[in-house]
Design a protein around this ligand. Structure first.
Ligand code: SAM
Length: 205
């Protein structure tokens, strides 16, 4: 059966969006050339989760944000091989990008898995989960949208939960994600295999 999200590799648009060259005000339906629900992953690493989702859900649009070049170009190469027209990638800091260009109520799902914990208080500003991030997640989520969050780091979680609760209704997900009991991302798969405890949450506006 033809798959509308796949194009021939030669015809595939470049999956990479460059923050300074985005047409503003940003309109995701213009970027993807169609209206569809939008899911955004913050810190996609090598792209296992977001690429799998783009393949499994051709009726959705996806954006993977990853600042590290080491990870980003691995993910970009994987996307290019699959010629997925419903997935765009941005190499940048997700908090800055969301705060500066995302319009209000444009995102259905955010995914934030195993963000770097930055446990020292003096590195607090480097954490993804900080007050301005939560305020912009709330602003940019659709009313029935959600942020999915998982971590193995209990101390980071203890700091993150009150910050999340300032702007979102936070519910703990008991047990593994039903769609991926083996784990959604590389870090989650690795940590499940190691038997580490993992804390998962669904946060709604
Ligand atoms: C521990 S890795 C987890 C990768 C992946 N989410 C997983 O679960 O396998 C954390 C990732 O978040 C990325 N990251 C760190 N700060 C970020 C930020 N401000 N915006 C977006 N991604 C960020 C890192 O480069 C890294 O790829």
């Amino acid at each position: 059966m033809p798959d509308a999200t796949r194009t021939n590799a030669a015809d595939a648009p470049d999956p990479q969006l460059v923050p300074g060259r985005l047409p503003l005000p940003l309109d995701w339906s213009e970027i993807f050339g169609r209206r569809a629900p939008l899911a955004v992953e913050i810190g996609s690493g090598g792209g296992r989760f977001i690429i799998g989702e783009a393949e499994r859900k051709p009726d959705w649009n996806f954006v993977g944000i990853e600042p590290s070049g080491e990870y980003f170009y691995v993910m970009k190469e994987r996307v290019a091989k699959r010629s997925l027209a419903n997935l765009k990638l941005v190499r940048t800091d997700a908090v800055d990008l969301i705060a500066s260009v995302f319009p209000d109520a444009c995102v259905d799902h955010y995914h934030l898995y195993f963000p770097d914990p930055w446990p020292k208080k003096r590195h607090r500003k480097r954490r993804v989960i900080r007050p301005e991030f939560v305020a912009h997640v709330r602003r940019t989520l659709k009313p029935d949208g959600a942020l999915y969050y998982a971590t193995d780091h209990f101390d980071a979680l203890e700091d993150a939960l009150p910050v999340l609760r300032e702007g979102l209704r936070v519910e703990e997900q008991s047990g593994p994600w039903p769609d991926a009991p083996e784990g959604r991302t590389n870090f989650e798969i690795k940590y499940i295999r190691q038997g580490r405890p993992i804390y998962r949450f669904v946060c709604r506006p």
